[in-house]
Design a binder for this molecule. Structure first.
Ligand code: G1P
Length: 278
C-alpha cells in the first residue's frame, strides 16, 4: 500500500532554526523526526511513499538519497557501525517527492498526491512532524479498512482545554476501539467541540485526530472542491467531513505514545521520552 507524508510548510513555530533546517529533520535520538515516520510506514506495510515538500526542504531529499562516496569512505576506514546506520536510512522504502508550490494548508498538500495514489487503492497519510513511539495505529486502521471498506482517522482522548488545537471527532462506538463518526471539526472552540458516545449512548471524553489517516481515493474529489477553511487554509478535516457525509468515516482509537514535534516544547518532551526519561 502507498503512504503520503506531508512535510511542507514554513515551520513557523521553529523559527529561526526552521529557516535553514526543516523541522522534520530535527533530531530525535540518532535520526531525524521524518526518519522515524518513514520507518513506521515501512514497518506497517506501506513501502511506496510520497513525501510532500516545500521550497527550502531539499535537505530531506538529501537525507534519504544514498551517498556512495561517503559509504566507500566509511568502508575504507572500517567504520562499520556508521556505515550500517547510513545504509539503514529509508531501508525498505521507495520514496518519491513532490513540491507544494504555495503553502495553502494540509488539505492542499495531500491533494498533490492524487496522481501518485491513483484511484484503485486506499492509502495512508502520516503527518511528518509526529512520531508514534513504540507502536503504530496503522495496522489497526488497515484492519478497519479491510473489514468495513471505510476511511479512518486515528483518534486519542484530548483534554477540553486543548480541543481548539486539533481536529475533533463526534460519533458512536461500534467496537472496542472503533467509532462510526458523525462529525469532524477542525480546531473548534471548546464549547462547540463534538463528542463521542459509547455503545450505550453515554458521552466519552473529547477525542482529537492524531496525525495518522487511511483514506479511500475518493478523498481527492473533496480536496479538489474544498475552499479555504480554518485559518484561511484548505483543511484536510473539511474534505474528511464531506467524505464522511457520502461514504462514512471511522475513528480508530489508539492509546499509544504520540510524540508531537510540531513545536520546541514537544521536541524536548519527545527527546526525554525516547531516551527513557519518562
Ligand atoms: C493537524 C490537523 C489536525 C490534527 C493535528 C494533529 O493540525 O489539521 O486536525 O488534529 O494535525 O494530528 P496542525 O498540527 O498541523 O495544526
Amino acid at each position: 500500500m502507498k503512504a503520503v507524508i506531508p512535510a511542507a510548510g514554513f515551520g513557523t513555530r521553529f523559527l529561526p532554526i526552521a529557516k535553514a533546517v526543516p523541522k522534520e529533520l530535527l533530531p530525535l535520538g540518532n535520526k531525524p523526526v521524518i526518519g522515524h515516520v518513514v520507518e513506521e510506514a515501512v514497518a506497517s506495510g506501506f513501502e511506496e511513499i510520497l513525501i510532500i515538500l516545500s521550497r527550502g526542504k531539499e535537505s530531506i531529499v538529501r537525507y534519504f538519497t544514498p551517498d556512495p562516496e561517503l559509504e566507500r569512505h566509511l568502508e575504507a576506514c572500517g567504520k562499520t557501525d556508521a556505515l550500517e546506520s547510513l545504509r539503514a536510512v529509508g531501508r525498505g522504502a521507495r520514496i518519491h517527492y513532490t513540491y507544494q508550490p504555495r503553502m495553502m494548508g494540509l488539505g492542499d498538500a495531500v491533494r498533490l498526491a492524487r496522481d501518485f495514489v491513483g484511484r484503485d487503492e486506499a492509502f495512508a497519510v502520516l503527518l511528518g512532524d509526529t512520531v508514534m513511539h513504540g507502536s503504530s495505529p496503522l495496522p489497526a486502521m488497515r484492519g478497519a479498512w479491510q473489514a468495513h471498506r471505510k476511511s479512518s482517522v486515528c483518534i486519542e482522548p484530548c483534554p477540553q482545554d486543548r480541543v481548539s488545537r486539533y481536529g475533533v471527532a463526534g460519533g458512536q462506538q461500534i467496537g472496542a476501539d472503533l467509532f462510526d463518526l458523525d462529525r469532524l471539526v477542525e480546531k473548534p472552540p471548546a464549547d462547540e467541540a463534538p463528542r463521542l458516545t459509547d455503545s450505550d449512548g453515554n458521552p466519552l471524553p473529547y477525542h482529537a485526530f492524531a496525525a495518522r489517516y487511511l483514506f479511500a481515493p475518493d478523498i481527492f474529489d473533496f480536496l479538489d472542491s474544498a475552499s479555504a477553511g480554518f485559518g484561511g487554509e484548505i483543511q484536510l478535516t473539511d474534505a474528511m467531513e464531506a467524505l464522511r457525509d457520502r461514504s462514512g468515516m471511522l475513528g480508530v482509537r489508539w492509546s499509544g505514545c504520540r510524540l508531537d514535534i510540531g513545536n520546541p516544547d514537544g521536541l524536548l518532551e519527545a527527546a526525554r521520552t525516547i531516551s527513557g526519561g519518562r
